[in-house]
Design a protein. Structure first.
Length: 97
């Protein structure tokens, strides 16, 4: 609905932490995922988008990262949400379930 009365053909969004590339008819909607707290896969996610002539090519990529090092760093810095982030990194995010 947010795109219904807008001009354009491709939109990029985020916040859900789920990478996706969807064709919705007039619009193509891409969510590049999450670098530090992915929801659908334990690897960091990003997208490389290239444009050729009248087309866009979206390449969603996933790379492993050392989540235990992130958790350790958060502990060393006394991060207030360390336990929630640690659980999310180890078992997936539960806040949207």
């Amino acid at each position: 609905d947010a795109l219904h009365d807008r001009e354009g053909r491709i939109a990029f969004g985020g916040h859900t932490h789920n990478a996706m590339d969807r064709d919705l008819g007039r619009w193509r909607v891409v969510n590049v995922g999450s670098i530090g707290l992915p929801d659908d896969d334990p690897r960091a996610t990003y997208a490389i988008v290239t444009f050729e002539a009248d087309a866009a090519h979206v390449d969603i990529r996933r790379v492993p990262f050392d989540s235990e090092a992130v958790i350790a760093d958060m502990g060393a810095q006394n991060h207030p949400d360390r336990d929630w982030v640690a659980d999310s990194l180890r078992h997936g995010r539960q806040d949207y379930a």
